[in-house]
Design a protein around this ligand. Sequence first.
Ligand code: ZN
Length: 252
Amino acid sequence: MIDTHSHLFEDEFKDDLDECIKRCKENNINKIILVGFSEETNEKAFELSQKYDIFYPTAALHPSEARESYLEDFNKLLDFINNHKIYAVGECGLDYHWTKENIEYQHKLFRMQCELAIKMNLPVIVHSRDADQDTFDIIKSYKGKLKGVMHCYSGSYELAKEYIKLGFYISLGGPVTFKNAKEPKRIAENIDLSRLLIETDCPYLAPTPFRGQRNESSYVKYVCDMIASIRGVEPSYIEKITEENAIKLFNI
Ligand SMILES: [Zn+2]
């Protein structure tokens, strides 16, 4: 199994990272995409990937990092990516949940990162919160050139199908295990499996039965098990397909 979205470099894991990784291996999770989102975390993700084989690092600037100095910030990111092996440009995107004040910079930064991913032939890992239409419009404007994944996808099944038409993957995380999560469950039930990825987004969004607690990469198995039970198939089947999809998208 592959956790395609993890932030195991966060402080929450500073005391027991080795045990977290051990629990992954015990549960047959052998690859983890370690997702950076700021100058500091891009470096942390890369550093950890030098220490542990299980990690595949990415780098990007999250929409919450979008500010007036976006050009300068982007140039620093560019410099970092040119000098470090990474597997995706992400996570980047649009987030209107906390603020729309920096919307102009969010759009510019997201577009620049999409164009960078195209230039480097890397996938993008897209974060979209309360910004469904604008995120879709930007991605659609790169149709046929940009590949990537909608991480911890929270939109409708109909929109998911539109992303798939654009060649994107849909990644489901902890919310699919929540009792009241009707739409993620509908997506799990109906999505074209060749376009599905699984993730934790740890330390956030822990799946049931750990909801509200610290999440960790080994819990991706609960996401896998839930999707398997919704579809009435063996977990090993979902495990195999989502693993193949991740290997293909991230070239790992
Ligand atoms: Zn994340």
